[in-house]
Design a protein around this ligand. Sequence first.
Ligand code: ZN
Length: 258
Amino acid sequence: MKSVHRFSHRILPITFNFKTMSTTPILTRPVKEAMFRPIIAAPPRRNHSSGSAAQAGWFVGMGDKKNAPPDIVKAGDPVLHEPAQEVQADEIGSERIQKIIDDMVKVMRNAPGVGLAAPQIGIPLRIIVLEDTIEYMRYTTKEEIKAQDRQPFDLLVMINPKLKKKGNQSAFFFEGCLSVDGFRAIVERHLEVEVTGFDRYGQAIKVDASGWQARIFQHECDHLDGTLYVDKMVPRTFRTVKNLDLPLAAGCPKLGVR
Ligand SMILES: [Zn+2]
């Protein structure tokens, strides 16, 4: 169950249900499926062109470079390894913050990825965006989607998010990051979390997330503390995307919830 409560002047919560009653079938897996699987990072880019050029650069086919979104900052850049600053309440409506949010959404969708934190475009502020779609889920098997408790949800923008774990269950799955291209590792995450913060209009919001959405929230909130998934991964599970399906080394935790 995933829901967002929006508080208007902190009175009268309205609940938006994110569960999409979609009947879209999960399509068969593409040939290069292993390249595109469980991700915080990127499913494949499917427009304009194909192959490594399309995956390497998202300027491909975009034309006007002046309006092109910013680059994704990669591991090693200090902005990814330091805590980000809170956005001041009276700044949320500013042109600057609104532009940063628009850029983040563009960059996330162009990559494409299911989440992005402001430090990933070089901005040391506590802002995250996340979104998951039926289309992205095509690259994962039905079994994996079920195991990961993965469901599509509409774009969420959260400013100054505060994350709290709920319950005591953990989920062990592979994840990746747009700032650590081409790799995956198993990361233990809380199965359920509660996240509070503000939307792009400065309204207080609360999201109860579970499964894959909870994982995305934890991954993105970690970015705001200067933490990458590689800082938390089970080290011996680290591998290239190409080797994602190869067996785990002895002693590694099994995928799943417990
Ligand atoms: Zn990331």
